[in-house]
Design a protein around this ligand. Structure first.
Ligand code: HPA
Length: 272
């Protein structure tokens, strides 16, 4: 079998070329990755000009997780300075799927190769900070990686001081001043955390925990894109309430908050 990821940037360029051919658009401006529960928030963006399966493009594995749609949509959104071409990934590949790091970041790399200057990453997460309530979107201000896996190899000493764009975080808060910011910790999964692991995460400064976003943020930033991350708190983290965690609860919280999140994303795209 040919390993398409032996040249990851070439793989992303091939997918970007296929995307141009399929949409007839020479470039896209912004990409959104919709995490667990965020898929219905995409409805707020209107009617896509194109929709296809990720597997129609080279390098994308078929999705394996309920709630991770495996679709790509292209939108032409009317903005005050002309049309904004948005690429929306309904679903993503996670590290816990065991396919390696390359498919996890292939989508954002493809997006940057099609011209996207901004990457908006959304996810579902557990709330470690007791002030955060279920159903609340939280802007990611920084992250802690506990997986020990980077999408970058070699002597690529990329600065991550302003990984989550301060400019865009300010734009979002100007739009909705009630939104809070937090530090997201990347947990490989697929198990949820133990209560002891959550206590450790709190002790090292984490507010939110989830199984995505961090590799994509690093890969997109390394290619020069501006990155923003928004987490939806779908449950209190393990051990905080005495309740057990389950994926259905995560999906239900996402559906309940979809309208608010869709409006937020739509307004953000117009402000970029
Ligand atoms: N932990 C990790 N990932 C998650 C959680 C959680 O509590 N909730 C949603 N995704």
């Amino acid at each position: 079998m040919i390993d398409i990821y032996s040249d990851p940037m070439g793989a992303a360029e091939s997918a970007a070329l296929a995307l141009k051919n399929m949409t007839g658009k020479l470039a896209h401006d912004v990409a959104l990755v919709m995490g667990s529960g965020w898929v219905s928030a995409a409805e707020a963006l209107g009617t896509p000009t194109h929709e296809f399966s990720v597997t129609d493009l080279p390098g994308f594995p078929a999705p394996t997780v309920a709630g991770h749609g495996g679709l790509i949509r292209s939108y032409d959104i009317a903005g005050s300075n002309g049309v904004i071409r948005a690429l929306v990934f309904l679903g993503r590949t996670h590290l816990y799927e065991g396919k390696g790091i390359e498919p996890v970041v292939h989508g954002v790399r493809t997006a940057v190769k099609t011209g996207c200057k901004t990457i908006i990453l959304t996810n579902a997460c557990g709330g470690i900070n007791a002030n955060f309530k279920v159903g609340q979107p939280v802007i990611i201000k920084d992250h802690i990686s506990l997986t020990g896996v980077s999408p970058l190899t070699g002597a690529t000493f990329v600065d991550l001081t302003d990984l989550y764009s301060a400019r865009i975080r300010k734009l979002i808060k100007n739009e909705d001043s009630t939104l809070e910011e937090g530090v997201y910790v990347h947990w490989r999964g697929p198990t949820y955390e133990t209560p002891a692991e959550i206590r450790m995460m709190r002790a090292i400064g984490a507010d939110l925990v989830g199984m995505s976003t961090v590799p994509e943020a690093i890969a997109a930033h390394a290619l020069g894109a501006e990155v923003v991350g928004i987490s939806l708190v779908t449950n209190a983290a393990a051990g905080m309430t005495g309740e057990k965690l389950n994926h259905e609860e995560v999906m239900a919280a996402g559906k309940a908050a979809a309208d608010r999140m869709g409006t937020l994303l739509s307004k953000l795209i117009h402000k970029l």
